[in-house]
Design a protein around this ligand. Structure first.
Ligand SMILES: [Zn+2]
Length: 415
């Protein structure tokens, strides 16, 4: 008597219990570099957070199940060099070339973007109010040491390079500002670099340097050995514009010495900062990126750069394992900007997740000059989750078939 009763109670409970999870990504291969995971696992999400990462989580425990067999599940991608201060009308370096974050993030697997100096310490509140606070993408910022950011007047007016004002603004927006940036500096000396590092020291934050022009005084060795601090970021590492390669295509010894000191090297592909003739010899000498980023703007995205996932594919095709490519685009990027709440799939973390497909075939990968290198693998963003919500789903993997979908509005039957 007891046994059937127990079985009955269990089945009633099973029928009435709500599924524990909102969404289950089932059948994928998880790459979570922070936790040294690269194997077949399911990922369950509840309340906008990672609820479980384990083998064979039953489909019955989730309200929605996405079949991601044959795909990679990674933390949401972090692009630490973009330009998203859109709609200003400011004719900066290449015109008003920022884009709005949500139009270009999720469809390429990116959940966090770090704007690299589009706004400075003077116009940051406008950037925050008009773009950052209205975006669904998590937008963080490296504040330009020049008050007007990437302004029509340039970024090298000494009176406008103000470390105290920059640090003050950073302290007022600690949830969003993660560091500082100097770029496009055409002055003769070190003023912009010294001022941006001063701001970084005042606020205890890293700085990113687009080194501008080199000359007798401004050279890579002094920058990487004397001026920057460990943890500071050298972007456009494969540009070749600043003697990154010296004669016989050798990596500048200053780059190697800088790396030993803890300088971070960032891809920052952009419209004029990634060339195969620099990247391939650097790769042969094992000078790999520390972090991967796009330098997204209308100029780069409509030329060779395209988007984050394609920049990752370029690095992959130069010979790095997918695990490294993902690490440089997630956990290592989070560490560089000191946001270790991001870039991993820890249980309890906000569920920013990317599902990646790796296609095999023949693909043309184009650099900033328009030169092509053929590759045999291409990466595609299949799904993107932001705070557990499906914000991009290329093949409707989380969707129900239309024949069973409970449409809210059905057209009235006519006779
Ligand atoms: Zn840039």
């Amino acid at each position: 008597m007891r046994k059937p009763l127990l079985a009955f109670l269990v089945s009633v409970c099973a029928l009435t219990a709500q599924p524990r999870y909102d969404l289950l990504l089932k059948g994928g291969h998880v790459i979570d570099p922070k936790n040294s995971i690269s194997r077949a696992l399911d990922v369950a999400i509840a309340g906008g957070k990672i609820a479980q990462v384990a083998p064979s989580i039953p489909a019955s425990e989730a309200r929605r199940v996405a079949d991601v067999k044959g795909l990679y599940i990674t933390p949401g991608l972090i692009d630490i060099h973009v330009h998203v201060y859109a709609g200003t009308g400011i004719r900066a370096i290449t015109g008003d070339s920022s884009v709005y974050p949500d139009g270009f993030s999720f469809r390429t697997g990116v959940t966090t973007m770090v704007d690299a100096g589009s706004a400075g310490w003077r116009n940051f509140p406008d950037f925050r109010q008009r773009v950052i606070d209205r975006a669904r993408t998590r937008v963080l910022a490296l504040l330009n040491i020049s008050g007007g950011g990437m302004d029509v007047d340039g970024e090298d007016d000494p009176a406008d390079l103000d470390p105290e004002a920059a640090a003050r603004m950073a302290r007022q927006h600690p949830d969003v500002i993660v560091g500082f940036k100097t770029a496009h500096y055409n002055g003769p000396g070190w003023l912009s670099v010294e001022r941006v590092v001063k701001a970084g020291s005042l606020a205890n934050m890293p700085v990113m340097v687009d080194f501008g022009t080199v000359n007798d005084i401004r050279n890579l060795n002094t920058l990487l050995m004397d001026k920057l601090r460990p943890g500071d970021i050298y972007t456009h590492m494969y540009s070749g514009h600043r003697d990154e390669l010296i004669e016989n295509q050798q990596i500048n010894p200053a780059m190697i010495a800088g790396r030993k000191r803890g300088i971070i090297f960032d891809v920052g592909h952009g419209g004029g900062s990634f060339y195969w003739f620099v990247a391939v010899p650097a790769y042969r000498q094992k000078f790999y990126p520390d972090v991967i980023s796009t330098d997204l703007h209308t100029g780069s995205m409509n030329a060779g750069m395209k988007d984050m996932i394609q920049v990752m594919a370029k690095i992959l095709n130069m010979g790095s394992p997918l695990e490294d490519v993902v690490r440089w685009s997630t956990w290592d990027a989070a560490k560089v900007i000191k946001r270790t709440d991001l870039g991993h799939l820890d249980v309890g973390a906000e569920a920013d997740v990317t599902v990646i497909r790796m296609d095999k075939g023949r693909f043309g990968l184009v650099d900033s000059a328009g030169a092509k290198k053929m590759g045999d693998r291409m990466l595609v963003a299949e799904m993107t989750l932001r705070k557990g919500d499906v914000v991009w789903d290329l093949n409707g993997r989380a969707s129900q078939d239309w024949t069973v979908f409970p449409y809210k509005k059905r057209p009235r039957a006519s006779h």
